[in-house]
Design a protein around this ligand. Sequence first.
Ligand code: ADP
Length: 769
Amino acid sequence: MTLRSKTVLGIALIEITVLMILVFSAMSFLSDSNEKQLIQRANSSATMFAHAAKDAVLSTDLATLDDLVNEFMTLEDVAYVRVLRNEKDMACAGDKDLLARAMSSDSSLGSVDDGIFDLRTPIENGGLPYAYVDIGFETGPINAMLAQAQKAIIGIATVEVVLVAIVSFVLGTYLTRGLTRLTSAVNTVGLSGPGFQLQDHSKDELGEVTKAFDDMSAKLEKDYQTLTAAREGAEQACDSKSRFLASMSHEIRTPMNGVLGILNILEETKLTREQQKLVSTATESGHFLLSVINDILDFTRMESNTLILEHKPFDFRHCVESVVDSFSPAATNQNLILHCYIEGSVPSKVNGDENRVKQVLLNLIGNAIKFTHEGSVTIKVCANTFEENKAKIKFEIQDTGIGISQNAIDYLFDEFTMVDQTYSRSKEGSGLGLAICRRLCNLMDGEVSVVSEPDIGSTFIFDISLEVTDELIASPVTNTRRELINKDARILVAEDNRANQLVIREMFKRVGSQIDIAENGLEALEMVKQYQYDLVFMDISMPQMDGMTACRAIRDLDDDTTANIPIIALTAHSLAGDKEKFLASGMDDYLSKPLRLSQLVDKINLFLDKAPDEEVDQELQPSPLNKQEVTYKTKVIPVETQYEDAAQLELVDEQVIKQMIEDTSAEVIPILIDHYIEESQDRLRKIYQAIDDSDKDVLEFEAHTLGSSALALGNRTLSNLARKIEHLCLDNKQSDAFELKDELKHIAISSLEALEVRKQQGFSEPTEL
Ligand code: ADP
């Protein structure tokens, strides 16, 4: 309700109430005074008549009485008059009906019910009533006069109410017009900025308010202009700072790349151990400097809103796995366990900026590893909401590191923030990483946050939105084939599994080298004694003699050269503490299965391309950063999947098949598939038996082996489920693992069938990229 309506209504209500009180009191006053007047008149008329008629009554002079009665009737409002003695009329006049009624005296107008005020007055003789005079007065005229008065008063009151309403309406309109103008002026200032003037020159209070408004608006306009000028100046300064930073970063990056390239070439030349150390430190520092420069460049681009995200199809799951994989060496060096769980609902084919997704992950996982001394770093990925063709993907990076205090969390994502200066100083960083992560997440319609407790660990959570696509991703197989430096080196591989033997033999063929194969540890020992090998790859679990026993036996040999031969463990079981066990048995290093040609070659190059004086020193050394690839000591990198919709998952990952062809050859794949299917069926039988026997340890072991062999041939879904079962066993949730038997059966049958079908389609060598 408007202020004007409220004013009009309020005033009218007060007016009506007051007028009603006035009308009621006036009416009751009028009626009281008329009643009094009537009673007084009736009494005095009756008394006068009694007095005038007394002599005629006493002398029974009826003729005089009649005259008196008739004369009395001429008085106004007299309805009847009667003189009676001993209940008998002596004289009477007036309405016959009224005279015929039984007489009852009225004391007030209230007791009148027939329109006549009746009064009986005695005519006394000697102090005693001798006769009576009855008189009746009509009350009708008084009532008519009262009704007329009431009408007149109500009429006057109504006119007054209307008049007051009109006046208050006009007054309200005048007052609210001023307020309405003020309101629209405030809105104009809100919309178009200060400066608007009302210019109301009236001398009343409203005039003063509008003048105050005009003054304020003028002052604000002046301040606003000053602020705008200051902001423009600051923006210009910031722009030139950003341009300066961008061009400086660019200028530094170019020669820096040159320096790093030269260091790389220098690294390839014959260097002493000391020189090698210096070169690797210089490379490490160079890489760090480059990463800081890249951060600054990214940041300046984001500040000036010139960073534009790409929108290209890429394999999202592969992208996450490759980032996690790249941290394996660093995690191994720090004795950390690296876990990665990717839920089944996470899509593979998406549209977006792969490099920026990687950048956020690299930063957060890198920080988690950097700030964790012991324990684990776990990466969980799930997709929780799908809107049309958009997936909201949520990441959690959890570590058991130094943690972050609560008050530092508030400014953690600000630029150039390093929480613990002393600790952070010992760990390189620009303090820009998290600020960039936050901006990148925002650019991908997401948020990043952290939950942390000092000395317990931190969990960084972020989400991004990506478009799900059906488009086939033409991402090339990573061509990581490397040159074997010493093709003539004599290499022995001890491996009992036929499929693995075939894979390794084919891999060596690919790089132009031959190997000898021993079927078990005992055979390996015999062959090492017989021939002069340069390097031995030793499987761990083998019949007759396992890899560690064989290694110990080799180290105990009398011939020094043979006893010191480099031995590298090949294992599908690389859990916490395994590295120590391998080293304790005399191994020099280890490689995780499934094997990749690039890793195999890097390992051989690492051990066989050494200056002669260094060959004796085969202790496992902490690897410099730039040698991440050559010191690949993975602990555990399982990828777990939740089977919400198995149909949407890949039964055979074509990417893996392509990689396997790249690492071995197209002809060998069908044979490998046959071996794998045969071996997997055997393994699955063991797994089902272990579930029936509730044997957690056997289940964990077999599930792990199945997980790695299934992954090697692209049965990714099966591999993920096997990993899930293995992890449930490791977390002592074996009853949950046992419940997955039916699901495993179903997935295993369809995965092996799908691989068989794929085999029928044939394989071909990839065209050179
Ligand atoms: P930097 O390049 O220095 O790592 P970031 O922005 O990535 O810069 O991180 C800022 C600071 O946040 C780090 O210096 C560190 O103090 C803290 N921080 C980041 N991640 C972690 C973590 N996982 N655990 C403990 N502290 C962390």
